[in-house]
Design a binder for this molecule. Structure first.
Ligand SMILES: Nc1ncnc2c1ncn2[C@@H]1O[C@H](COP(=O)(O)OP(=O)(O)O)[C@@H](O)[C@H]1O
Ligand SMILES: [Mg+2]
Length: 346
């Protein structure tokens, strides 16, 4: 398999998503996948009906890959989407698709799609300035959750305990000059400091973990210090997570589910979910699961690692032999060097 991973930042210490990129590089190496980590911002897009294939990266022509895995998350700008669409239109398999990535980058759009499908979500209002505090109190009550429309890793989410706190925040937001959009959302009390992250790949639940905030806070994000332990989701929860991935057309999804008094509420869907906590909690190899599942979905052969081949018994090996992929030829043109293959930092 020849694969491109899209990531807009340097794979460097201090970049929160870098460890996941390194895990993809490790897994690709083990599976003999030719992987390039590329910054969408460094492509030049030339759209021309006379071209069968066009990919200009840092001034060089690149050969067509079999698969693109975007990992740009909340940094998916218009330019990044345009780059993804450029290759989608040229027939490259892309997981997730730019349309799916665009709809989940906007938390309200996610909820609009899910509400339309009658799936359970916390009631949510799009912030409008000046903020109508009476409307928020009437529709959502207090406490109320306030979220940035495009926040991630728990950074843009706060809980307002009562009307006077919300009044203060509303005054602050009304006076702010930034163009940031906010959501006001029903607080799901039964889930305070606790939720479930389900990894759904190709519409199958691959793993789940229960996340808990460590400090009595209400946000359970692992990136904020929350703890994760393996969780066996009840069928209703697993089915709900798969429905969310289907409705949002996500091939790879991190679905967060809140516990409600008598069921569940969908918190959010992530198109490039962080998975360090999930790998630690559940002892799985997420990039390997993704490569295998996407290889299967798009009919792209993935070479198996030696480790994997050694692990299966002789009979199984004999059975699998005819299905083995031929060795892939490395690209002939001068491609940029793949990102350095480094070990995950301890
Ligand atoms: N409506 C809510 N009720 C209760 N807890 C919530 C609610 N929304 C979010 N949370 C908590 O806050 C965390 C972060 O919110 P989320 O919307 O997932 O933002 P982010 O994209 O930054 O992770 C969630 O994992 C959950 O623990
Ligand atoms: Mg979240």
């Amino acid at each position: 398999m020849r694969c491109w991973l899209f990531f807009n930042r340097d794979v460097a210490p201090g970049v929160p998503e870098a460890p996941e990129i390194l895990r993809f590089i490790e897994a690709a190496e083990a599976l003999d996948i030719e992987l390039l980590v590329l910054k969408p911002s460094e492509f030049d897009l030339v759209v021309d009906s006379g071209h069968a294939w066009s990919a200009i990266y840092q001034g060089r022509e690149l050969k067509k890959p079999d698969l693109i895995i975007p990992r740009c998350g909340s940094e998916t700008t218009y330019f990044t989407l345009a780059v993804m669409r450029h290759f989608e239109h040229q027939g490259v398999a892309i997981a997730n698709s730019p349309a799916a990535i665009e709809s989940v980058a906007d938390k309200l759009h996610t909820l609009q799609v899910l509400a339309g499908a009658k799936l359970p979500i916390p009631k949510t209002i799009l912030g409008k300035f000046p903020i109508d505090v009476d409307l928020v109190e009437r529709e959502l009550g207090f406490p109320v959750v306030v979220k940035k429309l495009r926040g991630t890793r728990g950074a843009g989410v706060v809980l307002c305990e009562n009307r006077s706190q919300f009044d203060d925040l509303a005054n602050l937001l009304d006076g702010a000059t930034s163009n940031t959009d906010f959501l006001f959302q029903q607080y799901i009390k039964a889930s305070h400091g606790r939720d479930v992250r389900l990894l759904v790949i190709d519409w199958r639940v691959m793993a789940a973990m229960e996340r808990r905030a460590i400090d009595g806070g209400f946000k359970s994000n692992i990136s904020l210090g929350g703890s994760g332990k393996p969780f066996t989701p009840p069928k209703a929860m697993a089915d709900l997570a798969v429905s969310v991935a289907r409705q949002l057309n996500l091939d790879i999804a991190g679905i967060d589910i809140l516990f409600d008094q008598d069921g569940y509420k969908i918190c959010e869907a992530n198109s490039a979910p962080g998975f360090q906590g999930l790998e630690r909690a559940c002892g799985i190899n997420v990039p390997e699961l993704i490569f295998h599942a996407m290889g299967k979905k798009f009919g792209i052969p993935v070479r198996h690692s030696e480790r994997w081949e050694q692990a299966i018994d002789k009979a199984a090996r004999a059975l699998l032999k005819p299905m083995k992929a031929p060795k892939l030829e490395p690209a002939k043109e001068h491609a940029p060097a793949p990102a350095p293959r480094r070990r995950k930092p301890a």
